[in-house]
Design a protein around this ligand. Structure first.
Ligand SMILES: Nc1ncnc2c1ncn2[C@@H]1O[C@H](COP(=O)(O)OP(=O)(O)OP(=O)(O)O)[C@@H](O)[C@H]1O
Length: 385
């Protein structure tokens, strides 16, 4: 979908910002470009919408060589979100969001309807925020408007340059989660620049780790963490990459333990051969839990069942599991099949969490995922100089 072939950018002062870069972002894929300041990430991105022209090489979008497309027309096909969102201060949130549809000549009513839909999608109620001006929003809300605006004309391609860089870490994680949910619905082809390896790992289907003007490794997040291609990449992802793996390793059904289970409408069992039991309703859905002490009382399970706060759906990351345990001060968390149905599958304990992490590290030690990589499309690390 976005293809770089031997692209080099040399600035007039002789700086080579990007050096013979070749890679591809598949349709619907989110690729993060990550690397230290000055390594050429922004230059790479700005060449895609022709804010910067390459010195040599070819870039195509959707199969079309972009050097043959008028830059203004090209940019209307490509959503662009930057750190300083650049909202028009004198226009309302709704007008800001409808900017590109208006430029594309959409009817005013259609543009505004689309803008309202998009604001809703990024979690801003248009009836509350639509008529506000940018200065009446928080930093995180402004970033959301930026994302909504970039999506308003439904471009197939989205360029995002440190879009969540200017907000605090808590809001940032929230925006990342929202963006992932949004992306699973809209499936744009996304190039996402960040200098934060955690963000790159959380968001990217694949990650391009930049050295000076070159890609050192282009791989799935688990592979970058588990099998760094060079000492540079190992250094960049950091010594705590075991911890970072938590965020890319999903909870699997085989990780779960089966604790004692009681039915919501059963009488209390009196004896439990564990310190607690999970309470399920008639449909097998998670209701809550009782302690061994509760179980010894007389009466029904329903009268003693406590609410279960610490739960996650299957496929959530081990990091979410760990953080849910900490947040609820829980020694275990319940895992259900999907948020909508709530069928109980088992519980994850710290010991099982540790085993799951080991499993994922061992799999990578055998370098399994890296075999999947399309070597054709990658600028390799080897530098003969
Ligand atoms: N107009 C310019 N003229 C000369 N050199 C430039 C110009 N713009 C960028 N550079 C240089 O090109 C290199 C790559 O810059 P670029 O902005 O692409 O890096 P980056 O990885 O996005 O960095 P950051 O994370 O700090 O934004 C840097 O050495 C930078 O100083």
């Amino acid at each position: 979908m976005i293809r770089f072939e031997h692209v080099t950018k040399r600035y007039p002062d002789g700086t080579t910002a990007v050096d013979d870069l070749s890679f591809e972002v598949a349709e619907g894929e989110l690729v993060t470009l990550v690397g230290p300041s000055g390594c050429g990430k922004t230059t790479t991105m700005k060449m895609v919408n022709r804010l910067i022209e390459p010195s040599s090489g070819r870039i195509s979008v959707g199969g079309d060589d972009i050097s043959a497309i008028d830059p203004v027309r090209l940019r209307r096909r490509i959503g662009y979100v930057i750190q300083q969102v650049g909202l028009f201060p004198h226009k309302t949130v709704l007008e800001n969001t409808a900017t590109v549809p208006r430029l594309l000549g959409w009817q005013r009513a259609k543009g505004r309807a689309r803008a309202a839909e998009l604001l809703d999608l990024v979690g801003l109620d248009p009836s509350v925020y639509g008529d506000r001006y940018p200065e009446q929003l928080s930093g995180g809300q402004r970033q959301r408007v930026g994302v909504a605006r970039a999506l308003a004309a439904d471009p197939p391609v989205l360029l995002m340059d440190e879009p969540f860089g200017a907000v605090d870490p808590v809001v940032r994680e929230h925006l990342q989660n929202e963006f992932l949910r949004l992306q699973s619905q809209v499936r744009k082809t996304v190039l996402f620049v960040t200098h934060d390896i955690e963000e790159a790992v959380r968001l990217g289907d694949r990650i391009a780790v930049y050295g000076q003007g070159r890609i050192e490794q282009f791989d799935a997040p688990a592979a970058v963490l588990g099998a760094p291609a060079t000492p540079y990449v190992a250094d960049f992802v950091g010594a705590d990459r075991g911890l970072k793996r938590l965020s890319v390793t999903p909870i699997e059904e085989s990780d779960l333990e089966q604790p004692p289970v009681v039915g919501l409408d059963d009488p209390l069992p009196r004896e439990l051969d564990a310190r607690w039991a999970v309470v399920l309703d008639g449909a097998g859905d998670l209701h809550g839990w009782i302690s061994a002490e509760d179980a010894r009382a007389k009466g029904s399970v329903r009268a003693y069942a406590r609410r279960m706060d610490a739960w996650l759906p299957l496929g959530a990351s081990l990091k979410q599991a760990f953080s849910t345990m900490l947040q609820h001060d829980a020694g275990w968390i319940a895992v259900i099949d999907k948020e909508e149905t709530g069928r109980f599958l088992g519980v994850l304990t710290p010991a099982r969490l540790h085993e799951a992490l080991r499993r994922s590290i061992d799999a990578d030690a055998q370098a399994i995922p890296r075999a999947e990589v399309d070597l054709e499309s990658i600028a390799t690390v080897a530098d003969p100089a």
